[in-house]
Write a protein that binds this ligand. Structure first.
Ligand code: PKZ
Ligand code: FAD
Length: 687
């Protein structure tokens, strides 16, 4: 049976050039080649085995992660991998680790918030991993409310130092049940990091200047023990087996820990030798800059996680057969696999399966392209900041916050839907889906709770609406608000189902819905004498308006992508169909809003559904090729249900045999707990 491709027929049906699509998915030929090479390097190295993760006890799991991270670093240095290759290697190793926080947050925080002089001291150490850092912001009592952090950094002019101190019960106003209010959650903090960027309230001469970042050494470079005044450890097991438990999320208390003055990150503001507080020309919000950076990365990562789940569910839906003519014999005769299956229906052919699966497939592509665009936006804003142009920062904040929220929510829900799409077998760890879900789902919370972030977008929208008519022309993703009068009056002109394939029509529909929802919120807000009270009261509506705005961004960036030159036979046509599925499934799901804002009629909504069904039929023969285009190795997918050759059943059977519980035929515990029970029942039955 080895070597047979059970999905070959499906692959032969493809109407587009898969190799070209792989390049579109990767972003460029160069990126494709790097990803292809590095993913194979990881897949072929037994040191990166990961199928045992759900079975390992925490301590072993964690030690194994340390081993893999050290081995990955050895490869990176020995093979002299570039920064791009090294980050791909960590990505394909596919195991949350302290390195994510070191490279993903500690290094960016140093880059974004330190002066040039500070960077020249700290960055070389961090680049060579001579120090390992984490990002310690969240406290036990404060996560979302960053301004409410209670850790203090008090300047001592006598010694030219800051005294960093965790709040205690006596200094805490809000907590009465714990003795110490500590830092809580940072990844990499619990057991590994030697240093942390700690966020604390800066106090000079008795005055509180709000939250600032400080570089604090946590552990000795000699023996890794915590330095005096520092108590640090892991916060305990998290959701799921394996999963995010490879990460040492930590708890930290700082008891009057002293650091030199130059370990305050001083790009945004400074404290002089005399203890004078000075603010640079740059906006204070740049203290939040690392979060903008990471949110942008998280959007790009959403398409990776969702595409993984979708790849598994699509391949398995083509393999799995249910109902139909039974003339081929029972499902378990794997030796006659192909022949016996001819009369049975592949579950991917059920329209209900397509209606759940294909919008997720389309979302994976949509998030890929919006992620690419967001990376561009971030680069652009960074270049502007470097020359003191801060004009696009509010938009960058709104886009990163909103798209992080939209894409992570859809991805977490999508992974769970993919599990259900795989029926019972989706619930097995060997499907890869339970672990993927458990690893992914905190993305809805970390780096900003998704609702809290949408409220930030809503504030931005309300500010924009309030400025309409002031002469200030909205630009970028909010430019459509400049045409709000037209959008409030216009009506959809769709008459036939195919009219829903017209990009300008689609764009106007999403713009009109978003603009109308924002304007309606603004009108309702104006009825409140206290705007903050009104904002709190209407927050559920505001969140919906923010979602409408973010969906518009994703749709418009997908449509923009299709305006580009996309080479390869049939590639652009397929992407047009995929894009259509993305926006029409959104339109269908949020039909109520499109109808309530009166832009479309019920008849036009029905035509949209007709067109959506037609696009499902167009995509169906291409479904396997569309997920092959992600170019994932079986190692990276980590799923028997999603394996490339589709030879699912023998692999499931073999994996079950290898489960430690099957090491013995009679289980451990039989003599202590089962035998006496059975004996006793036998005895009473005889009586
Ligand atoms: C291998 C591949 C992996 C790839 C994948 C990634 C890799 C990397 C691994 C990561 C692995 C996870 C690691 C999780 C790591 C944590 O979770 S770190 C902790 C993150 N914590 C959070 O996100 C907290 C969320 N809360 C916040 O961001 C803020 O406090 C809030 C909610 C924005 C509120 O801020 P605030 O200052 O209290 O309130 P607000 O008055 O609304 O704002 C003031 C002004 O600042 C502006 N503002 C607020 N925030 C910002 C901002 N960020 N920028 C600019 N302006 C801002 C507002 O718009 C407002 O402007 P104006 O209206 O005055 O003009
Ligand atoms: C796996 C993981 C890794 C993490 N890694 C790090 C790290 O490396 N470094 C770090 O500093 N932190 C880290 N965190 C912490 C994380 O950033 C916070 O948990 C997150 O920002 C949410 O804050 P919170 O826990 O205070 O939630 P809360 O704010 O307490 O949220 C609880 C509920 O209240 C709601 N809510 C809160 N405020 C509002 C509001 N204004 N309006 C309406 N609803 C509201 C939320 O929507 C949510 O439903 C991590 C968290 C997790 C789960």
């Amino acid at each position: 049976m080895a070597g047979v491709d059970y999905l070959a027929d499906e692959r032969n049906k493809a109407e587009f050039d898969v190799d070209s699509m792989k390049i579109v998915w990767a972003g460029s030929r160069h990126t494709f080649e790097v990803a292809d090479r590095i993913s194979k390097l990881v897949a072929n190295d037994p040191a990166f085995r990961k199928d045992d993760r759900p079975m390992l006890p925490r301590k072993e799991l964690f030690k194994n992660t340390l081993r893999k991270a050290a081995y990955a670093w050895k490869l990176i240095t020995e093979l002299r991998l570039s920064e791009e290759e090294a980050s791909k290697l960590r990505f394909f190793v596919d195991e949350p680790a302290y390195t994510d926080l070191h490279w993903g947050m500690f290094v960016p925080a140093l880059k974004g918030q330190c002066t040039d002089e500070q960077q020249s001291k700290w960055l070389p150490l961090a680049y060579k991993m001579q120090i390992i850092g984490c990002y310690a912001q969240t406290e036990l009592g404060h996560g979302s409310n960053v301004q409410g952090l209670e850790t203090t950094a008090t300047f001592d002019p006598q010694t030219d130092e800051f005294v960093i101190h965790s709040p205690t019960l006596t200094s805490s106003k809000c907590y009465h049940t714990v003795e110490v209010l500590c830092t809580w959650w940072p990844g990499g903090l619990g057991k590994v990091s030697t240093h942390a960027v700690v966020y604390a309230r800066l106090i000079t001469d008795g005055k509180d200047h709000g939250v600032h970042g400080f570089i604090v050494q946590l552990r000795s470079m000699e023996d890794h023990k915590p330095l005096p005044g520092i108590t640090v450890g892991d916060i305990g097991m998290k959701f799921g087996n394996g999963a995010y438990n490879t990460m040492d999320n930590g708890v930290l208390t700082l008891d009057h820990v002293r650091i030199p003055r130059d370990q305050m990150m001083m790009r945004v503001s400074q404290v002089t030798r005399e203890g004078k507080y000075k603010q640079s020309d740059v906006p204070r919000q740049l203290v939040y800059g690392t979060m903008v950076y990471v949110r942008q990365k998280i959007v790009a990562d959403a398409s990776c996680a969702l595409s993984k789940a979708v790849c598994i569910a699509t391949r398995y839906s083509a393999v799995r057969r249910q109902f139909g003519s039974q003339n081929g014999g029972p499902e378990t005769q794997s030796a006659h696999y192909r022949k016996s299956y001819t009369g049975l229906i592949q579950v991917i052919d059920y329209k209900t399966q397509q209606n759940r699966l294909f919008p997720l497939l389309a979302s994976a592509y949509a998030f890929r392209f919006v992620g690419e665009w967001l990376k561009w936006l971030y680069t652009d804003v960074t270049q502007r900041l470097a020359v003191n142009d801060f004009s696009t920062l509010p938009e960058a904040h709104a886009c990163t916050a909103g798209l992080k929220s939209l894409t992570t929510t859809a991805t977490a829900d999508g992974i769970e839907e993919c599990r259900k799409l795989c029926g019972g077998h989706g619930y097995l760890c060997t499907s890869g889906l339970p672990e993927l879900f458990a690893v992914y789902v905190p993305a809805c919370t970390y780096e900003g709770d998704n609702i809290v972030l949408l409220l930030q977008v809503a504030r931005f929208l309300m500010k924009t609406v309030s400025q309409i008519g002031s002469g200030k022309q909205p630009v970028g993703t909010i430019a459509y608000m400049g045409r709000v009068e037209h959008l409030l009056k216009s009506r959809c002109s769709v008459q036939r189902a195919e009219d829903w394939l017209n990009p300008s029509q689609v764009l106007e529909a999403f713009e009109a819905r978003a603009a109308r929802m924002s304007v309606s919120c603004a009108q309702n807000l104006s009825k409140f004498s206290n705007p903050e009270e009104g904002f709190a009261e209407l927050s559920a509506d505001l969140v919906e308006a923010a979602v409408a705005h973010c969906q518009l961004i994703v749709v418009s960036k997908f449509l923009d992508k299709l305006q580009q030159d996309i080479p390869g036979k049939g590639v652009k046509q397929l992407l047009q169909a995929v894009c259509g599925i993305y926006y029409l499934s959104l339109l269908h799901k949020h039909q109520g809003e499109f109808l309530a804002t009166s832009y479309i009629t019920p008849k036009q909504a029905a035509l949209a559904s007709d067109q959506l069904r037609a696009l499902y039929s167009k995509v169906r023969p291409n479904a396997i090729a569309l997920v092959d285009s992600f170019n994932y190795t079986d190692h990276f997918l980590g799923s028997i249900l999603g394996c490339y050759d589709g030879n699912v059943y023998p692999k499931l059977y073999e994996a079950a045999k290898k489960d430690p519980l099957n090491d013995t035929v009679v289980p451990d515990g039989y003599h202590e707990y089962l035998k006496p029970l059975l004996k006793q029942q036998l005895h009473s039955a005889k009586l």
